[in-house]
Write a protein that binds this ligand. Structure first.
Ligand code: FE2
Ligand code: FE2
Length: 137
């Protein structure tokens, strides 16, 4: 269902990160439902959930990259920062009563995840797996 092409390409083979991505997909779908048919309160809760999950998840990846001295860290974090900034802008518009902002935020997040995970997160994951292998050897 929903906003994602589920045909694959989202698995990056780091189980805890994959689980966090699945949670984000689910929360995006829940936000879609809440925007479509939810009460204002349900909408707010769905927004809060996706934003806080996003913050936790980005911080987690950034910790893993920093701890392993990933050389593309700045580039990767730059993409996270872009999404953080956009999310903040959307939330502000929603709070100001802009009726289009919720749906636009949803499209933005879905598109962002679909671009970021298969490329940027996958590159990070390949590096992290190698890093772990070298460390274990
Ligand atoms: Fe990422
Ligand atoms: Fe990610």
């Amino acid at each position: 269902m929903g906003l994602f092409h589920r045909s694959g390409g989202y698995t990056i083979f780091i189980p805890e990160i994959d689980a966090e991505h699945r949670t984000m997909f689910r929360l995006v779908d829940e936000l879609a439902t809440a925007l479509d048919s939810g009460t204002p309160r349900a909408r707010n809760e769905a927004l809060q959930s996706i934003v806080s999950q996003m913050q936790l998840h980005f911080a987690h990846e950034e910790r893993l990259m920093r701890d392993s001295r990933y050389d593309a860290f700045a580039w990767h974090k730059g993409q996270h920062d872009g999404a953080r900034r956009q999310a903040k802008r959307f939330i502000k518009r929603i709070e100001e009563g802009d009726r289009k902002a919720g749906a636009e935020m949803l499209q933005y997040l879905a598109g962002w995840l679909q671009n970021h995970i298969p490329v940027t997160d996958r590159m990070m994951a390949a590096y992290l797996r190698n890093f772990e292998r070298r460390r274990a050897a």
